[in-house]
Design a protein around this ligand. Structure first.
Ligand SMILES: *[C@@H]1O[C@H](CO)[C@@H](O)[C@H](O)[C@H]1NC(C)=O
Ligand SMILES: *[C@@H]1O[C@H](CO)[C@@H](O)[C@H](O)[C@H]1NC(C)=O
Ligand SMILES: *[C@@H]1O[C@H](CO)[C@@H](O)[C@H](O)[C@H]1NC(C)=O
Length: 423
């Protein structure tokens, strides 16, 4: 009897260890595949969009952002995080439909539901803008309450990716890359600057609403908000938004407020690429910077864009998508269909200058500044960039699979959203 018991115990122990060992093996295999796929050592980030499901935003989201994202943003860089309106049934339905496509699109998605602000005055602060617009502005100051990754990669629904994104587009060493532009010729910048000063006490060193995604350390948002509370002398960000926003037009630029905060208080955590235009640096500093915080030439070096702002970029013949795709696929191991080869023929000798543009209906580009006279330095930056994307395509990080475009279009059908042809 005793020996039988003994054998039973041994048998059970053996079975248990076998199962454990097997699971351990499976887990380590899983871990090792994840490691192999990782794009170098990029900290976790969430490509973050604040939106709601109205027809116009849905159209931009699917046709412009998501179709280009599915080609040029690797799921390995991080998930897509959508912050939606909690009380909206349509937003919940939108999420329910969209999440079904994660696997086919090769990107995981997280959905966050933001409740209405407690004080409804938030929704009418910027008098000439609709409630949804106000809510989105306000919401930018609390993104860190939803997103938990160390980096928030912030993008709007009307941004269009124009190239595969590499680590070097995001980070220099362990500093997040920031681009800025001298757009002080535009009247709205002065409105933004005025309200920004009332929020954080510092003037904009440049316009940061000139590139996407804007990579922000999540805790910069927390720190900025805490700074605002102290500076405005209120106890909630709602109060600050209402108090400052009820002055002037009420239209503020949260991205500029957060990045201006980063410039004055966390400069060393970011790698700054500010295009001050064809203006003398001394003069620029005198006009726009606070003494002791002047820009130096180290912060003025060129950097590429990986998106453009489609709402403000006229592209009558839809050339950008075609040229972008041809540039990404050029000289890779991918076998191109005959029709794509034909489509790429006219671009054989063209340079992807689009990577130095952001808008063209308002002038926001670097072709007349950093890249004046289409200089060699910019050309070699573009070439180097494509050398890196080519490696990523060849390693399978980017498949450039046009079938994914069809998947996005199918997802959009749920809302009766019909996209024009992508290529
Ligand atoms: C800040 O607000 C509190 C309460 O409203 C007030 O008592 C205090 O004087 C204010 N401090 C400053 C510096 O304005
Ligand atoms: C668009 O294509 C038409 C026909 O090929 C051409 O005449 C026109 O110049 C093009 N427009 C732009 C902005 O490239
Ligand atoms: C394609 O890649 C080759 C090799 O890097 C390069 O010389 C050529 O300029 C590229 N063509 C285009 C259109 O980018």
């Amino acid at each position: 009897m005793k020996t039988l018991k003994f054998y039973c115990v041994v048998a059970i122990l053996l079975t248990v260890s076998f199962i454990c060992y097997h699971q351990y093996r499976q887990m380590s295999r899983l871990n090792s595949t994840i490691k192999v796929q990782k794009v170098k050592d990029v900290p976790d980030m969430t490509l973050t969009v604040r939106m709601s499901s109205n027809a116009k935003l849905l159209n931009y989201f699917y046709c412009t952002m998501l179709r280009s994202l599915t080609l040029y943003w690797s799921g390995q860089l991080g998930p897509l995080g959508l912050i939606l309106d909690k009380e909206s049934q349509d937003d919940h339905k939108f999420a329910e439909n969209l999440q079904k496509y994660q696997e086919q699109l090769g990107i995981s998605m997280s959905f966050y539901y933001e409740p209405l602000p407690k004080n409804e005055r938030v929704l009418t602060v910027a008098k000439y803008k609709p409630p949804g617009y106000n809510r989105q502005l306000y919401s930018s100051f609390i993104m860190d309450e939803f997103i938990s990754t160390p980096i928030v990669a912030w993008i709007d629904t009307d941004a269009k990716f124009t190239t595969p994104v590499t680590r070097d587009n995001i980070l220099t060493g362990n500093k997040l890359r920031v681009k800025g532009m001298n757009t002080f010729q535009y009247s709205w910048i002065h409105g933004w600057n005025k309200l920004g000063i009332k929020m954080i006490g510092k003037p904009m060193p440049s316009d940061f609403m000139t590139f996407f995604p804007v990579y922000i350390w999540r805790d910069t948002i927390t720190n900025c908000r805490n700074h605002i509370l102290k500076y405005v002398n209120v106890s909630t960000i709602e109060e600050a938004y209402i108090h400052v926003g009820s002055q002037d037009s009420g239209i503020m630029s949260p991205v500029n407020i957060i990045m201006t905060y980063a410039y004055y208080f966390e400069k060393e955590r970011y790698d700054w690429h500010i295009d001050i235009g064809n203006v003398d640096l001394k003069k620029y500093n005198k006009l726009h910077l606070v003494p002791g915080y002047e820009l130096t030439s180290a912060s003025l070096t060129p950097d590429l864009h990986v998106t453009l702002h489609a709402k403000h970029y006229k592209d009558a013949n839809n050339t950008v998508n075609r040229q972008a795709y041809c540039a990404a696929a050029n000289n890779t191991v991918l076998t191109m269909e005959q029709d794509i080869k034909q489509m790429c023929e006219p671009f054989k000798t063209s340079v992807m200058w689009v990577l130095f543009e952001f808008c063209n209906t308002v002038k926001q580009e670097h072709l007349t500044t950093w890249c004046k006279n289409k200089n060699k330095h910019c050309i070699s930056m573009i070439q180097e960039h494509y050398d890196k994307t080519r490696q990523l395509v060849n390693k399978g990080v980017y498949s450039l699979d046009l079938k994914k475009i069809k998947v996005v279009e199918e997802a959009a059908h749920f809302h009766q959203t019909k996209c024009p042809p992508f290529l």
